[in-house]
Design a protein around this ligand. Structure first.
Ligand code: HEC
Ligand code: HEC
Length: 334
């Protein structure tokens, strides 16, 4: 055997070794990620009774501006779902039916039903309970009370029929509770699966090398202490400002609900699914870029000063949490 072919042999061996080592590293990352995260389940809790009639009714209500005092504002105004929109309006704070701004950033409705509770301060137990609030909120949709909403819808023949179909066993079928239940049924269909789910399922090329490196950093830097599980958040209520104060302590979070001093600055840990496309960030919409928001999280929640490349890798990884259909429609509209 010549020296040359020997050298080629060694080179091939090295190459083989390098490829295996890389594949191995990805395999290990997938195994590790599965310890902290889980793919999005097929169905949201409570969806067992969601008949097509209920979902269709809920969808109609969700997009109907007549649910507001002056027929200008639907749920979909603040939580848009068409044209590649990610279930929120990308404004720091949203204008209500009369143009007045609310005091918190609008979260996305995508995947929302998998969270332990709804709202930044977790004050509503589930989607149906949540849906009762905005319609009567004076700033948001401004209806005076439940009875006026039921009366307004009852005067529209299309709704009398749709409620009768969706809630055949209830009398009357058209009630405020059933309106909320129908909207919740529609929202339980807003499942947005991402490339990260494919990666967790073993598809090694579903994440780019940078996204993989961001995932490794996200785990190593302990973001998973709060952002874990199938929603990468949404299941814990934690203090915002563990090591250093958050830059805005005007809104004290759960304290507003309970009045307990221990609930000061306690907020629901935000789910990071679709986070890249749901800026600006934080409950007050003060996070202007995703990178800044990540830097602030490291600083105040973990007492670490993340390096620039760690921040951009993590941001890359978070991009892999965007729903695949959303990624596609956003690509097409560019
Ligand atoms: C004027 C804008 C506006 C309108 C209209 C509106 N929302 Fe919201 N929505 C918000 C804001 C702001 C929050 C967060 C408020 C808070 O946490 O206190 C929110 C929170 C939510 C949440 C909780 C998400 C989470 O992750 O905690 C859901 C679900 C939701 N809205 C659905 C709806 C539905 C259904 C309707 C129609 C019945 C609706 N919204 C109407 C602005 C709006
Ligand atoms: C001790 C718990 C905790 C840790 C650790 C933590 N976070 Fe958070 N994170 C939260 C809470 C609570 C919120 C909600 C903030 C609010 O209410 O404004 C949040 C919000 C966020 C947001 C904004 C989400 C949105 O939709 O506005 C991002 C991005 C984020 N975290 C990323 C990270 C990253 C990256 C790390 C690791 C460097 C991390 N977090 C570590 C608790 C934590």
């Amino acid at each position: 055997m010549s020296i040359k072919s020997n050298a080629i042999g060694t080179l091939l061996l090295l190459l083989l070794f390098a490829t295996c080592a890389h594949a191995d590293k990805t395999d290990r990352l997938i195994r590790k990620a599965n310890r902290y995260f889980a793919p999005l389940p097929e169905a949201m809790p409570g969806s067992e009774n969601d008949t097509p009639a209920r979902i269709a009714l809920g969808k109609k209500l969700y997009f109907d501006k007549r649910l507001s005092i002056n027929d200008t504002q639907a749920c979909a105004n603040c939580h848009p779902l068409t044209d590649g929109r990610a279930g929120m309006d990308n404004l720091p704070r949203s204008p209500g039916a009369r143009g007045e701004l609310g005091d918190r950033n609008t979260p996305t409705v995508l995947n929302a039903g998998w969270q332990i509770a709804q709202f930044w301060d977790a004050r509503a137990e589930n989607l149906a309970e949540q849906a009762r609030e905005p319609i009567l909120n004076p700033i948001e949709m401004g209806m005076p009370d439940e009875a006026s909403v039921v009366k307004k819808l009852g005067a529209l023949s299309e709704y009398a029929e749709a409620f009768a179909n969706a809630f055949a066993n209830d009398s009357p079928p058209l009630s405020y509770a059933n309106l909320a239940e129908a909207i919740a049924a529609f929202e339980r269909t807003l499942r947005s699966e991402s490339r990260f789910d494919d990666f967790l399922g073993g598809e090694k090329t579903a994440l780019t090398p940078q996204e993989q490196s961001g995932l490794a950093t996200f785990i190593k830097r302990n973001c998973i202490r709060c952002h874990d599980g199938h929603m990468l958040g949404g299941t814990l209520i934690e203090k915002l400002g563990v090591y250093k104060d958050f830059h805005n302590t005007g809104d004290q979070g759960r304290y507003r609900v309970t009045g307990d001093d221990e609930d000061r600055m306690m907020f629901k840990v935000a789910s990071l699914r679709n986070v890249t496309v749901t800026g600006p960030w934080f409950h007050d919409g003060s996070g202007e870029t995703l990178e800044d928001s990540i830097r602030i999280m490291g600083r105040i929640q973990l007492d670490v000063e993340l390096k620039e490349d760690e921040i951009s890798d993590i941001a890359g990884f978070l991009g892999a949490l965007t729903g695949k259909s959303l990624e596609k429609s956003r690509d097409e509209s560019e």
